[in-house]
Write a protein that binds this ligand. Structure first.
Ligand code: GAL
Length: 998
């Protein structure tokens, strides 16, 4: 009998609207090929230079991934009602094109709600004020609000689906939600109907926030359900403290959606980090989720039989401008495998070791979960080793995934043997070496009856597999292991061995059985070596560090095939390349004699190539590489090449200028110019708002910036009153989100700054309620003006229970004048607000409402002639509280074929009471809160920077406390230099124009 649940899933399965993406209970089946989706998350909006997207995509591909998962940002793409803008960094077409060129599938996650540590979780700010109903429900006005955006997504995505020769294989519905109440479920159903009524045919997916059983069945259920997992949580301040593994995901999948493949739409690959002095910054997050975490936790995902896995984040990037949610700072490095600077970290090495194993291991694409230690699997001689067994039902290949039973222990050192049944009979492995070893936080896959190449088989291996496949009709196996441990492989050798088939190293023992040959690698082998070399097989070995210097680029298939760059679909040809920092690409000419390699170098290295025997000449970035005959090639059969790669540029000689020659101008005429005229400002006279959190006190007027079109960045308020001389004090409750600040002046007299709080514990004090004493001599007869400059740190993400919490009451929630009454309140944010903002290139989240921003001082080309000379490190004149603009220009001259990573760094010690908005060529690339931290380093890429020309940096410096030395020491630093890169990086930095600014 078929259970109702199975029947339901079978129906779903058959409902797939394209044969190009099918699935069974094991995996996706793309164009008829069983595919293990191994994906990385990348938000293009966090790298606002489209010509650098190929860099990230090529790096993801080189790591062995076959897919990327991409959030798009409604707030950026749909900045105002009726405006849907896919230009510039908001474009999707270049992403689709470059993903296809790299041979990566795309899972698109357009929201409209995405969470993602971004303001309002991605919901367009205008919708947070204009929608009266509840966001993320079936309410009519919310539905009307997302229509244009989702239709826009459909229009640009549909032609790029796999069924149309494009990379898109799935579209996610919204993000992490709860299926009840029914208004949520119907919202999902509405979104699904929009896709179903369109040319979108790929499956619709969903990411549950853990084991919550939402949207599997019933209203709003998706085609493929998945669950997100962040098992290590997000506290990077104690980066070596681990959360123990709970190993029940497999059971959950078996219970809830056994006829779908097991999908992790987000698996933790880093952590986000919050403002505040207890944050240690993203390098700490990279330790919390480092290579040992990847080893133990990622292999637990494999052990759970996950067959679609997306790592969140693979490249985090930058939450520039007003992208961040209120508790997060500018960097979204995330401690990911690829750093914010685009450099590779040690996590990238582990990601590559794992992903190339998966790509190589066809037997692993289809496995049944057999048992684990907790369900009675008893194969290990030591119970301290926790083992999960997966088995391919067709080939009999078995995968024993081993970790410490005490998974969080860094110190436990476990040795064990495994009792396995193999085609060569029952064995206790290793048979010759002493044991399999787990060094503390380490996990391993031990294979038996693992097939590789066209006809070879590993009977067992306690060494890890880096690569297995066929190169030029020979079966290639590349093993590796930790050099402090022993490893052993037993396999059937074939072919006629060559003279280097017997390794000479005393660290390697070869034991010849009747059909099985055993290679035992003793501890201490730190090298790349050939274990066996014949006309039909090549068996290689390296220690874990050395193996990470190897790459396995694909050689593209037929030029006419749109999928020529996709492994197993467009091509089965690959080569191995050892040595370079990065190998991006490999191509063979039509004769097969010329092998062209492209990639990046940090220094000169030995190049080792294992490729087709036809190759006569190897080029690196277009330059011929001379063979080095003094080194023995890994194989004497041919097809291997050894040479030396050297740098062509003197990359150590790149000079970075000091930032000098600053010019200064005050940017608070609202305070400092007695004649300042705010008649063009918006009168803040609304008495109703769709924002559910109403004012605390006042007179009924709503002083929320977004209700007047000013939803992000600095907003200024001017409260007028006619003085009777009796005004004693004023109470203001100001809401700007966590870590915000607001400074308050009466006329030109500074009263005080209200500080929003931030500690590492979240959700603390996103608003203030302070009393400001009015000094008698600050009052003047007639019109008096209270000026409030407030920072908006971003709108809240929503919660399951309160989808309306993105409607954040940023502004003044309470105003009261002791001894007097406020007259008009005026408000000003960025010029034009959301309906008419000026900078369409940099988009709605770039600029705010400071006078200098309104005038466009932050833009390149603005003339500072007539401004006074003043160094940024001198702070504001007279150590006053206030806000001033500092601007300087500098030239860069970085060679074209070099990828140089630059950053702006505030180098004075943390703690001074200032915040700074740093604009680079007009882009707000950094918000620095010097009294909170942690961020002092702001990476800025080529494309924002002009690497061969003039650049402008503008800093709006806000001194929040008077009479305290404020000495920002901003310096440009060169963080990394590589010869290579993607080249031809386009600069799109529109210059200042008076239009709309005067
Ligand atoms: C998930 C969410 C992501 C991101 C992540 C934490 O719950 O779906 O968008 O916010 O948490 O970085």
């Amino acid at each position: 009998m078929v259970s109702a649940r199975t029947l339901h899933s079978v129906i779903r399965n058959s409902e797939t609207r394209t044969d190009d993406v099918r699935f069974d209970n094991y995996t996706l089946i793309l164009k008829g090929r069983r595919t293990f989706i191994y994906s990385g998350e990348f938000h293009t909006f966090r790298l606002p230079v489209p010509s650098l997207w190929p860099d990230i995509l090529q790096k993801a591909k080189a790591a062995g991934l076959n897919c990327i998962s991409v959030y798009t940002h409604m707030g950026l793409i749909n900045p105002a009602p009726g405006v849907v803008d896919f230009n510039g960094f908001r474009a999707l077409q270049p992403l689709f094109d470059e993903a296809k060129a790299a041979g990566l599938w795309v899972i698109l996650r357009p929201g409209p709600y995405i969470n993602a540590e971004t303001t309002a979780g991605g919901i367009a700010h205008w919708a947070t004020t204009e929608v009266a109903g509840t966001l993320r429900t079936n309410d009519t006005d919310w539905k009307a609000a997302w229509q244009g955006y989702i239709q826009g997504i459909i229009n640009v995505t549909a032609p790029n689906q796999i069924s149309n020769g494009g990379p898109v294989i799935a579209v996610q519905i919204d993000n992490e939600y709860q299926q009840t109440p029914i208004s949520h479920a119907e919202y999902f159903a509405d979104l699904e109907a929009a896709y179903h009524d369109s040319p979108i045919v790929v499956p619709l997916t969903y990411n549950d926030p853990g084991q919550r059983r939402n949207f599997i069945n019933g209203t709003g259920a998706v085609d493929i359900y998945g669950l997100d997992a962040y098992p290590q949580h997000f506290d990077c301040s104690t980066p070596t403290v681990w959360v123990p593994i709970t190993a029940n995901d497999h059971q959950y999948h078996a219970d809830v959606n056994p006829s779908q493949p097991f999908y992790y739409p987000e698996f933790q690959a880093g952590a986000s980090d919050a403002w505040g002095p207890t944050s240690l910054g993203y390098d700490a997050c990279r330790i919390l989720t480092g290579p040992d975490f990847q080893s133990v936790f990622n292999l637990q995902v494999w052990a759970s039989n996950g067959k679609l896995v997306n790592f969140y984040m693979f490249y985090g990037g930058t939450s520039w401008g007003s992208i961040p949610v209120h508790d997060e700072y500018t960097s979204y490095d995330y401690g990911a495998s690829i750093r914010e600077s685009r450099e590779l970290s040690s996590k990238f090495d582990e990601a590559k070791r794992q992903a190339l194993f998966l790509r190589s291991s066809r037997d692993f694409y289809k496995t049944d979960w057999i048992a684990d230690t907790s369900t009675g699997l008893s194969v290990s001689t030591n119970p301290a080793a926790f083992i999960t067994l997966l088995k391919n039902p067709d080939t009999g290949a078995q995968f024993y995934i081993a970790r410490q039973n005490d998974s969080a222990s860094a110190t436990v050192f476990t040795t064990f043997k495994l009792n396995v049944s193999t085609s060569a009979g029952a064995l206790q492995i290793p048979t010759i070496a002493t044991a399999i070893t787990l060094n503390g936080r380490e996990s391993k896959v031990i294979v038996t009856d693992y097939s590789f190449g066209s006809s070879s088989k590993v009977v067992y291996s306690t060494a890890s597999i880096f690569f297995a496949g066929t190169i030029d009709k020979r079966d290639i196996l590349f093993l590796y292991g930790n050099s402090t441990q022993e490893h052993e492989v037993g396999l059937e050798l074939t072919g006629t061995p060559t003279k280097i088939s017997q390794p000479t190293s005393p660290k390697i023992r070869v034991t010849q059985g009747s059909s099985l040959t055993t290679f035992t690698v003793l501890a201490g082998l730190e090298a790349f070596t050939t274990l066996y070399d014949s006309d039909t097989q090549l068996i290689l070995y390296a220690d874990s560090a050395t193996v990470a210097t190897f790459w396995a680029p694909l050689v593209a298939g037929a030029a006419s095939d749109p999928f020529r760059n996709y492994w197993d679909i467009g091509t089965n040809q690959t080569i191995l390349v050892g040595g370079p920092y990065l190998v991006r690409n490999a191509s063979l000419d039509s004769t097969g004699q010329q092998l062209a390699l492209a990639g990046d170098l940090k220094e000169g290295v030995r190049l080792t190539v294992i490729g087709p025997r036809t190759v006569r000449q190897v080029t690196w970035n277009g330059n011929r590489v001379a063979p080095d005959t003094s080194i023995i090639a890994p194989s004497t059969v041919g097809g291997t090449f050894v040479g030396q790669l050297g740098l062509h540029n003197d990359i150590t000689g790149i000079k970075i200028p000091k930032l000098t020659g600053w010019k200064f101008q005050d940017t608070l005429p609202e305070v400092n110019d007695a004649n300042f005229d705010d008649s063009s400002w918006t009168l803040a006279n609304k008495t109703t708002t769709n924002i559910p959190l109403k004012p605390y006190y006042g007179d009924g007027r709503i002083l929320y910036g977004c209700d007047y079109g000013f939803c992000e960045g600095v907003v200024l308020w001017r409260g007028h009153f006619q003085s009777t001389g009796q005004e004693k004090s004023m109470n203001l409750s100001i809401n700007g989100g966590e870590a915000f600040a607001a400074s308050v002046w009466l006329n030109n007299v500074f009263l005080n700054t209200s500080f929003g709080n931030s500690t590492h514990a979240r959700n603390i004090r996103e608003e203030t309620d302070d009393k400001f004493i009015i000094p008698v001599d600050a009052l003047r007869s007639g019109d008096n003006i209270v000026t409030v400059a407030q920072d908006n740190m971003g709108l809240n993400e929503t919660t399951n229970l309160d989808p309306n919490s993105s409607k954040s009451p940023r502004g003044i929630r309470g105003f009261k004048l002791e001894g007097g009454t406020f007259g008009d309140w005026k408000v000003q944010g960025k010029v034009g607000g959301y309906l008419g903002f000026l900078d369409k290139t940099r988009g709605i989240l770039n600029e705010g409402g400071l006078f200098g921003e309104r005038k466009g001082w932050h833009l390149p080309g603005f003339s500072t002639a007539g401004w006074q000379k003043r160094d940024l490190s001198q702070g504001l004149p007279g150590q006053k509280a206030g806000i001033g603009f500092f601007i300087t220009t500098f030239n860069l001259n970085i060679p074209r074929d070099v990828d140089a990573m630059l950053s702006f760094n505030f180098e004075e010690p943390l703690g001074q009471p200032y915040r700074a908005y740093m604009f680079v060529n007009g882009w707000m690339m950094g918000k620095r809160i010097a009294n909170l931290g942690p961020q002092a380093k702001f990476p800025v890429h080529e494309g924002i920077l002009n690497y061969r020309g003039s650049n402008t940096v503008a800093v709006a410096l806000w001194a929040m406390t008077p009479d305290v030395p404020i000495t920002p020491n901003l310096q440009l630093r060169l963080d990394g230099v590589y010869e290579g890169g993607v080249g031809n990086v386009q600069v799109d930095n529109p210059v200042w124009s008076p239009q709309g600014r005067e």
